[in-house]
Ligand binder design. Structure first.
Ligand code: SF4
Ligand code: SF4
Length: 424
């Protein structure tokens, strides 16, 4: 924890109304200012107590406080180093260690996720009956099972998709872990849209995890390992721009140079690659392909790791606005986290559930035909909360909306609906 960065906080409290955990509990130590105060205490010699670790664990890492802070406090850097410190010195219970081993031994490994597909598919109908049993063993296991998305058929992407028409760019594409295994249509739509907009899309096979879950959980060494592997993969693919369509992955790949700062060679290699969010890149490239009308009302949800961590807010909206007939509605209190936040809804299921319920209520007031977001975690979280409230929300990624317009599909072909964990 860098004391100089901690001292940037002038304790003004402007960040408090933006903080989801402060909104939930109204406790100073569960606000950004309170957590920064705890960091300072620890830097000045106070040992890290279980209570302090609890306040840090309860932080979503949503970075709404970074957006809200007028003094430019780098809470993002502070909380990542704090989490690393918590992992180093805070002894966790056996149950905690086992659950963390399960999560971090599973999610960053696409092959292991793939192996889960069949059991998940077979157990889809049983899930409502199994959930209460799991909740009795460990509420976190129940949260994990409840959030599991329906198993979609696998889609094998080619290693290269050629640009349609005049070639305007050559880009790499990060396929992700959860995105690749559970939302393959999003990756397929991303590649199609990029190609239709004049890009050769290079999709290296056997991509690993980008390190997002690890870096956001204080597992810096593991994250650096994943980062080096991802850099090597795209260097070998011969691209210098890599498109990322999942918000959490986008924010972590943009931090590679900082993550690898201790190794100047790797930091330089990280800086030589440009990781860009899908909408950010297309807004920069400008539209070229013909858009067909898509008469549909869309509510756009800002994923925190896109809006707060990457500052990408206007680009997805601008992209959606290029679709004729599409009506874009704003969700009230849009900057508030939905509670998904990487692995937060697995580790802190109660708080995540409360935030998910609040977000689903806000989304439902908009009465849109489709909820659009750029993060699979948010999509699963909000759909699951809406289901609890007896509503179904059809969900899609920005890339899928654009893909439908470019291909002249009808709005009915768009979006996944999740009912009792099953696709409709
Ligand atoms: S983090 Fe920023 S907004 Fe929050 S109390 Fe400190 S200086 Fe003020
Ligand atoms: S990252 Fe989010 S939850 Fe954590 S202190 Fe900042 S606003 Fe609050």
């Amino acid at each position: 924890m860098n004391p100089e960065l901690i001292k940037d906080c002038v304790h003004c409290g402007f960040c408090l109304p933006a903080c989801p955990t402060y909104a939930l509990w109204g406790e100073e130590m569960d606000s950004p200012r309170g957590r920064i105060h705890l960091m300072m205490q620890h830097v000045e010699g106070t040992p890290l107590t279980p209570e302090m670790a609890g306040h840090f664990d309860a932080c979503l890492g949503c970075m709404a406080c970074v957006t809200a802070c007028p003094s430019g406090v780098r809470y993002d850097v502070l909380i990542e180093s704090t989490r690393a410190e918590v992992e180093r010195v805070h002894p966790r219970s056996r149950a905690d260690r086992a659950f963390r081993a399960l999560v971090f031994g599973l999610f960053p490994y696409p092959r292991r996720l793939r192996a889960l597909r069949l059991p998940l598919k077979l157990s889809e109908r049983l899930r409502p009956r199994v959930l209460p049993l799991l909740a009795r063993i460990d509420p976190r296991l129940a949260a994990m099972a409840d959030l599991a998305p329906p198993v979609a058929p696998r889609i094998r992407l080619p290693h290269r998709v050629e640009a349609r028409g005049e070639r305007r760019a050559v880009v790499g594409m990060l396929t992700g872990c959860v995105q690749a295994e559970f939302f393959p249509k999003v990756n397929a739509a991303t590649a199609r849209v990029l190609a239709l907009e004049g890009c050769d899309v290079v999709i290296p096979p056997a991509q690993g995890c980008c390190g997002a879950l690890s870096v956001h959980s204080g597992r810096a060494e593991e994250a650096a390992r994943f980062a080096r592997r991802t850099i090597e993969t795209f260097e070998r693919a011969g691209v210098d721009t890599v498109i990322v369509n999942a918000a959490g992955c986008g924010s972590s790949t943009k931090e590679y140079a900082e993550l690898l700062a201790g190794d100047p060679d790797w930091a330089a290699r990280a800086r030589a690659l440009r990781f860009l969010d899908f909408a950010e890149f297309l807004a920069e490239l400008g539209p070229a392909a013909e858009r067909h009308p898509l008469p549909i009302t869309v509510a756009y949800h800002d994923a925190c790791h896109l809006a707060h961590a990457q500052g990408v807010r206007s680009q997805p909206r601008a992209l959606l606005a290029t679709v004729p007939g599409l009506r874009l509605k704003e969700i009230p209190d849009a900057s508030m986290c939905c509670g998904s936040a990487g692995t937060y809804n697995l580790f802190q299921p109660e708080a995540a559930r409360d935030l998910g319920d609040r977000k689903a209520e806000q989304v439902l007031t908009v009465a849109a035909d489709l909820l659009v977001s750029a993060n699979p975690g948010c999509t699963m979280q909000i759909a699951s909360a809406a289901r609890r409230q007896g509503s179904q929300i059809r969900v899609a990624h920005t890339a899928e909306v654009l893909d439908a317009s470019l291909r002249g599909l009808s709005p009915a072909a768009l979006g996944h609906s999740m009912r009792q964990g099953r696709p409709r």
